[in-house]
Ligand binder design. Structure first.
Ligand code: DLL
Length: 435
C-alpha cells in the first residue's frame, strides 16, 4: 500500500499560511472559551489577560496552561464550552488516580475527528479497497469509536471487533482477511504470540499495515511487530483531552509523526519552568485544540515527552512533526536518585534475540534503599533448562543496564508466556514504594 495525502490543501500549507490559520483559529477559540468556561476565564483573569490581548499565534505563550487536574476539578462537564444540548457524545479516560477526565464532542467535533483519522489512515495507504480490523476497545475509551468513524468515512470496510477474546480475534484475522489491524502495540505482540501458540502462520493473514498507538513503544518494538506479523507498522498518537487517536500519525517516510497542526497547535515546554523550547529540544508536549467546540483546551500539558520539527517531509506534507513518544514525564522513575524511563529499559531488553518483548519492572524500597527488578520472558526457541545459559544472559543484561543507566538491577528471566498480558494499554511498571 502506498501512502497518499488526504487533504492536499491543509496538509501542505506553507509555514506562513499555517501560522496565519493557527492564529485566526486561536483568536476565535479564546473568544469562545472566555466567559463560557469559568475555570479558564478565571485563569486568564488571574494572568491579567482579556481575549483582545490574543491577536495571533505568537500570543499563545501569554496564555495560562491547563492540566489534567483542571478536568478533574471540573468533573464531569465544567470544561464544556457549549450547552449539553449541542453535545452528541462524551468520552472519558481515567489515569491511575483521581476522577475520570471527561470530554464532550459536538457534531462538528465528530466530523473533525473523522477528518483527522482519514488524514492519518491515508498515510498508511488505506483506501476503500481495504478492510480494517479494529481491536481497540469501544466505549468511553476513544480508541475504538475514534478510528471507526474516520475509516468508515473513507469507505474502508471496518470490522469493529473491539478488545478482548483473543481467540475470536485470531479467527477473524484468518477468516475475514483484513488488510489492516488497529490495536495497541503490546496487544499486536500478544496476537503474534497467540498465532504461534495456535499454529497460525503470518502467511495465512492478508494484513499489510498496523495502526498502533495509545501507549509508549520503542522503535525496537516496532521492528519486532513488523517482522512477526509481516506488516508495515504505523504510529498513531492522540489523547482524549485533545480529541482521541488522530492528533498525529507517522507516514511511510519516517518515524516522526505528522501533527494535524491546523487543528492542534503544538508546543514543547521545559517541564520545570514551562518555557517554550525550540525545534529539536526535548520537553513536554502541550496542545491547544483550537477548532474543537465541545471541550476546546488551551495549552493543555500532555506530559508526553517529545521534540518538534518544522521541516518538510519527503511525503510532501508540511505539517509540524513530533518525535515518537516513548515516555511521559510522570512515567519517569527515580531510582536511587537516577532518572529512568521504562522505554530505556525496553530498548536494552529488545536487543537480545533470546528474549521476548514481554517484561515487567518492579520497584521496591527495602531498608530505605530502592530496588529495581526486571522480569523478562525468554523466547520459546531459547527457553532453556540450562541454568548456566540463563544466568549468563541475566548477568549480561544486568551489566548492560548498569553501564547504560547507571543503576543496579536484579534481572530475572522467566518462562515464555508467564507474564500478564493486556488487551489494551500495557501496564509494565509496578512501583511499590511508599512516598
Ligand atoms: O490513548 C487515544 C488513542 C487511542 C491513541 C488509540 C492512539 C490509538 P488516552 O486514553 O486519553 O487516549 O491516553 C492518552 O496515551 O497522553 C500518551 O501518553 C499515550 N499515547 C497515546 N498514543 C500514543 C502513541 C488514547 N502513539 C495518552 N505513542 C497520551 C505513545 C501514546 N504514547
Amino acid at each position: 500500500m502506498t501512502g497518499y495525502i488526504w487533504d492536499q490543501a491543509k496538509e501542505t500549507l506553507s509555514g506562513e499560511a499555517l501560522r496565519t490559520l493557527q492564529g485566526e483559529r486561536l483568536v476565535d477559540c479564546v473568544k469562545r472559551i472566555y466567559g463560557t468556561v469559568p475555570f479558564y476565564t478565571e485563569k486568564m483573569q488571574a494572568s491579567g489577560l482579556k481575549p483582545e490581548d490574543i491577536t495571533d499565534v505568537d500570543d499563545l505563550a501569554k496564555l495560562p496552561f491547563t492540566d489534567k487536574q483542571d478536568l478533574r476539578d471540573n468533573y464531569p462537564y465544567g470544561t464544556f464550552a457549549v450547552p449539553l444540548s449541542q453535545i452528541v457524545r462524551v468520552h472519558a479516560s481515567s489515569g491511575t488516580t483521581g476522577k475520570q477526565k471527561v470530554v464532550g464532542y459536538t457534531k462538528a467535533d465528530i466530523d473533525l475527528w473523522a477528518e483527522c483519522i482519514s488524514r492519518s489512515l491515508a498515510m498508511t495507504g488505506l483506501t476503500n479497497e481495504d478492510t480494517l480490523h479494529i481491536a481497540y476497545g469501544y466505549g468511553l475509551f476513544t480508541g475504538g469509536l475514534g478510528v471507526h468513524y474516520g475509516a468508515e468515512r473513507m469507505g474502508v470496510m471496518v470490522i469493529p471487533v473491539s478488545s478482548g477474546n483473543t481467540k475470536r480475534q485470531l479467527d477473524i484475522l484468518v477468516d475475514f482477511q483484513p488488510t489492516a489491524l488497529a490495536c495497541t502495540p503490546s496487544y499486536a505482540l500478544h496476537l503474534a504470540d497467540e498465532m504461534d501458540a495456535h499454529g497460525i502462520d503470518k502467511s495465512q493473514l492478508a494484513l499489510k499495515v498496523g495502526i498502533f498507538g495509545a501507549e509508549p513503544w520503542t522503535l525496537e518494538m516496532k521492528r519486532q511487530i513488523e517482522d512477526r506479523l509481516g506488516i508495515r507498522a504505523f504510529d498513531i498518537y492522540g489523547l482524549s483531552e485533545t480529541l482521541g487517536p488522530g492528533v498525529a500519525m507517522s507516514c511511510e517516510h519516517s518515524d516522526l509523526l505528522h501533527i494535524q497542526s491546523d487543528h492542534f497547535i503544538a508546543e514543547v515546554v521545559d517541564p520545570d519552568t514551562g518555557k517554550v523550547l525550540g525545534e529539536g529540544e526535548l520537553g513536554e508536549l502541550v496542545f491547544s485544540s483550537v477548532t474543537k467546540q465541545g471541550t476546546p483546551l488551551l495549552r493543555y500539558n500532555t506530559h508526553d515527552l517529545t521534540r518538534l520539527y518544522y521541516g518538510p517531509c519527503a511525503c510532501g506534507r508540511t505539517t509540524v512533526r513530533m518525535e515518537k513518544v516513548t515516555g511521559r514525564a510522570d512515567d519517569m522513575l527515580i531510582i536511587r536518585g537516577v532518572n529512568v524511563f521504562p522505554s530505556q529499559i525496553e530498548s536494552i531488553l529488545l536487543t537480545y534475540g533470546e528474549l521476548e518483548p514481554h517484561y515487567m519492572i518492579y520497584v521496591d524500597r527495602i531498608n530505605n534503599l530502592d530496588k529495581l527488578e526486571v522480569q523478562i520472558e525468554m523466547s520459546k526457541i531459547f527457553f532453556s533448562d540450562s541454568i548456566r545459559e540463563i544466568e549468563n544472559i541475566e548477568r549480561r543484561l544486568t551489566a548492560d543496564i548498569q553501564s547504560t543507566l547507571g543503576i543496579a538491577a536484579k534481572v530475572t528471566l522467566v518462562e515464555p508466556r508467564s507474564l500478564p498480558r493486556s488487551e489494551g494499554k500495557a501496564k509494565r511498571v509496578i512501583d511499590n514504594r511508599k512516598y
